[in-house]
Design a protein around this ligand. Structure first.
Ligand SMILES: [Zn+2]
Length: 459
């Protein structure tokens, strides 16, 4: 068989691997490039394969960098099945529609400018109709269930512990009466994170495709994240300020809500309002409530109904969101997007950065060049929404909320293999992270390769 690294090679986003066997052509993930802008342009390039010829997709999880180009594939003629877990299906349902809505809105704005300059209109990569229509191709499967895709191809999804119902995929391909096992790690979560189960250890593979997002870093404050949350909120409330949290809609937001619920219940914390100001996050939280069947023990038994508490107020409409600008009591506002490049958080920052009593609390990775990164680097003035804004607010960050395993955890997973795979491909990471992980894996006897974009290998 032949495998092509379409994307997510030497970069973090745009996960997609194209596999050709004797009889079938299929993909593992079909993700979108997210940041920086130069990389995002790749979204508009033609696929490295004919979408009409793709027989099926195996999808690891519902983050946009893993599923975001499925509607584009559908629009260009893909009609096969998309196998994934039940909650991933529900997450894709909301996240792909949201992605299409943003594209349609942005193109509409751009076309107004183009019309003034007598330029022809542009079109979105895909529309809301495409996003809705491709959902009929999804088929939900369970963890540990063997899916017989053809007489010679089988797959099994295992819990990756990254977001709700995220998966690592074991793929079995038989050629010349010889069975070859490929393991795609997907995004691997940390151990002992709330709500989701710990990642399932996989002990053998002929070929391993290993993510490396944090291949060169160790999460420092994982154990103390609850305490840090309390500290930052407490300090801000004492100054009668607001805590503004830019957050990713799927998983990070729910983890924050889960912690706030515990803190309020167990630490006798001031019961000020927590506003969830993001329609996408509100919908994603509903998906979590629907899929409690995969919650970990603590979430299931000790803190059931973790996302329903008195202090939590969900602001659906733009009008309700705008009202928060004149809300004069201490409060917590969780809003997207996570890197402050768009969304309601930008409005809260525009109104809140000047006030030294407020705190902007980052709980996720801020890519180079994003507004979030500029603020996090303590720039005293930032350019946003067409104006220069002075940053007087406190700036804080908690690293431990990462949804990705760190270098030690990745290495521990590799050590769980009974025998080193024939070859390990280090994917889904920036150069330093990949090189560091390669070096660490080679120390324990692995043979590694760092593929480039569009490389292909015979397996
Ligand atoms: Zn992910």
């Amino acid at each position: 068989m032949k495998l092509t690294f379409c994307w997510a090679a030497k970069i973090v986003t745009g996960s997609c691997y194209y596999i050709e066997t004797w009889t079938k052509k299929f993909l593992i993930d079909c993700g979108m490039f997210q940041w920086p802008k130069e990389v995002m342009r790749l979204n508009y390039e033609p696929f490295l394969f004919d979408p009409k010829e793709i027989n099926f997709i195996l999808l690891t999880h519902g983050h946009i960098d893993h599923c975001g180009l499925i509607p584009k594939l559908y629009k260009q003629g893909f009609t096969g099945k998309i196998y994934t877990t039940a909650a991933t299906l529900d997450i894709c349902d909301i996240i792909l529609e949201d992605s299409a809505t943003i594209q349609e809105r942005n193109i509409e704005e751009e076309n107004k400018r183009r019309k003034q300059n007598h330029l022809p209109p542009r079109f979105p990569m895909y529309t809301v109709d495409d996003a809705k229509a491709c959902m009929k191709l999804f088929q939900a499967i369970k963890y540990k269930e063997t899916i017989k895709l053809t007489d010679t191809i089988e797959a099994k999804f295992q819990d990756a512990g990254h977001i709700l119902w995220s998966a690592s995929i074991e793929l079995f391909v038989t050629e010349w009466d010889k069975k070859t096992k490929l393991v795609f790690s997907g995004d691997i979560g940390q151990r002992d994170t709330p709500i989701v189960q710990d990642p399932t250890l996989i002990a053998d593979a002929d070929y391993l495709f290993m993510e490396s997002t944090y291949g060169d870093r160790k999460h420092e404050d994982t154990a103390g994240k609850k305490e840090l949350l309390i500290k930052y909120v407490d300090e801000t409330f004492k100054k009668w300020g607001k805590v503004l949290i830019p957050s990713f809609s799927v998983e990070r937001t729910q983890e924050l809500l889960y912690f706030f619920n515990i803190i309020i219940k167990e630490w006798n914390f001031p019961a000020e309002k927590i506003f969830l100001d993001s329609p996408l996050s509100i919908k994603a939280t509903e998906v979590f409530k629907k899929h409690t069947e995969v919650f970990d023990e603590e979430a299931l038994h000790k803190y059931p109904n973790a996302f329903d508490f008195e202090q939590l107020e969900c602001t659906q409409t733009v009008e309700d969101s705008i009202k928060l600008n004149t809300y004069n009591n201490p409060c917590i506002i969780i809003a997207g997007n996570g890197m402050c490049t768009a969304g309601r958080i930008t409005h809260h920052l525009l109104h809140g950065l000047l006030n030294k009593n407020n705190t902007v609390l980052f709980v996720g990775y801020q890519a180079d060049g994003t507004l979030g990164r500029h603020i996090l680097e303590w720039e005293k003035k930032v350019w946003m929404m067409g104006e220069t804004v002075t940053v007087n607010a406190e700036i804080a960050k908690i690293n431990g909320f990462s949804g990705h395993a760190d270098s030690e955890q990745l290495l521990r997973r590799a050590k769980g293999f009974t025998k080193a795979p024939r070859k390990t491909f280090i994917i889904h990471g920036e150069w330093n992270a990949q090189m560091t992980l390669k070096w660490k894996l080679e120390e324990i006897g692995f043979t590694c390769d760092i593929p480039s974009l569009r490389d292909n290998v015979e397996l």
